[in-house]
Write a protein that binds this ligand. Structure first.
Ligand code: CO
Length: 136
């Protein structure tokens, strides 16, 4: 069902400092910060060729990554995102298999303008998994 690894998201306490490390120490092509109020984050995308790294900094008081950073103050890997051809079909199959879809269980539009869902980390070995619909 899953296809390519679309991105790995890393929550960071200081986006400017984190992006500078990737650019200056690791020599990566880093994008400009993008403010995503609907998602409660500011993000820097880093294209590493076979996938992307997304550095996430909390935006606003009810940012979805605020609790994660409270537990992991130096930052840490937050989620991994796989591409799927049909997100509704993926939801049906995962539910049948007993996996929990977070939120109201329906896809919402993610940071790239495509439908996404998140799966409960306790159902996937402690890893928060995002599925993003990329079409057939
Ligand atoms: Co993501």
């Amino acid at each position: 069902m899953i296809g390519r690894l679309n991105h790995i998201a890393i929550a960071v306490p200081d986006l400017t400092a984190a992006a500078a490390k990737y650019r200056d120490q690791l020599g990566a092509e880093t994008g400009s910060p993008q403010i995503l109020p609907d998602h409660g984050v500011t993000v820097v995308f880093i294209d590493v060729g076979n996938t992307k790294i997304e550095l996430l900094e909390p935006l606003g008081a009810d940012s979805p990554i605020a609790a994660f950073l409270a537990k992991n103050p130096v930052g840490g890997m937050h989620h991994i995102c796989f591409e799927v051809p049909d997100i509704d079909a993926a939801i049906v199959k995962l539910r049948q298999d007993g996996a929990r879809v977070l939120g109201d269980g329906k896809p919402r539009i993610g940071a790239h303008g495509r439908p996404v869902i998140f799966l409960h980390p306790k159902d996937f070995d402690g890893t928060l998994i995002e599925l993003e619909e990329m079409g057939e």
